[in-house]
Design a protein around this ligand. Structure first.
Ligand SMILES: [Zn+2]
Ligand SMILES: [Zn+2]
Length: 262
């Protein structure tokens, strides 16, 4: 088989994996939402259709760099991914997970700020914010331009920071789970966790909900570090607006015109 064909097949396989992972995770939490809060998403069905459409398109985009890098890893010895635990000191395992999350968070924060510049917002990021309120299906609901900025992060990091294959799997699992749960429209963690030390530094649904409600605050992905440093952290939001929006049939979509720069 030619290398080009093998790379194309690898990209296709990665697209399928990312797409199925999205459907399983978002579907799982949407199901859970229906069990715990019957009727919560009932008025949002047209919006959910769009969220799934954009998310599957994003899965195809995520699959390309991931497929290329996976092919190079298997065939050409690319990347700093290692499989032998003794290849690095043990402390490197948790530290690499933190380093990946922090690097991803930093990249996301600054590209997200850029995405809120009026031009980029109109061109791309408005797709993500059309989810009012977001649902568990909105996790990958991005315009293709924004999907590209997200798709390159992990494939680039594996060339820069050594990581054990299991640690990489943990990073991808955290990325997937937080992407879904932060958009779910309700908080799954107990109040004392969200309002305690953990919640002061980690982003959960209560924090990201406020970004979807107010646009010009709470830009972070995993940590509140950059928001706090830049003065854009407005604290935790509430889900009343989301519930009211759901009752109105998600009619809040045209309510905001985010014009000013981030
Ligand atoms: Zn969001
Ligand atoms: Zn945004």
């Amino acid at each position: 088989m030619s290398a080009a064909l093998a790379i194309a097949l690898s990209a296709l396989a990665m697209t399928a994996i990312v797409g199925l992972r999205y459907l399983a995770t978002s579907g799982g939490f949407a199901w859970l939402t229906g069990k715990l809060r019957p009727g919560f998403y009932d008025d949002l069905k047209p919006q959910i259709g769009r969220e799934i459409y954009w998310s599957l398109a994003s899965a195809a985009i995520y699959g390309v760099p991931a497929g290329i890098v996976a092919w190079g890893w298997a065939n050409e010895g690319w990347t700093l991914i290692y499989g032998d635990l003794s290849a690095m000191p043990l402390w490197h395992f948790p530290l690499s997970i933190l380093a990946y999350l922090f690097a991803h968070d930093t990249w996301f924060f600054w590209t997200h700020r850029l995405m809120h510049r009026p031009r980029w917002f109109r061109l791309a990021h408005s797709v993500h914010h059309a989810s009012r309120p977001p649902t568990a299906w909105a996790a990958m609901s991005f315009h293709p331009i924004e999907a590209v900025t997200g798709a390159v992060v992990i494939p680039a990091l594996v060339f820069l920071i050594p990581i054990h294959i299991a640690a990489l799997a943990i990073v991808l699992a955290i990325m997937t789970l937080m992407g879904v749960t932060n958009h779910m429209g309700w908080e799954m963690f107990p109040r004392r966790v969200v309002q305690g030390v953990v919640g002061r530094w980690l982003i959960t649904a209560s924090h990201h909900q406020r970004h979807h409600d107010e646009y010009r605050c709470n830009y972070g992905l995993y940590f509140r570090f950059w928001d706090r440093l830049c003065g854009t952290d407005k604290g935790l939001g509430t889900f009343e607006a989301a519930a009211a929006g759901a009752r109105r049939g998600g009619a809040g979509a045209a309510r905001h015109e985010p014009g000013a720069a981030a």
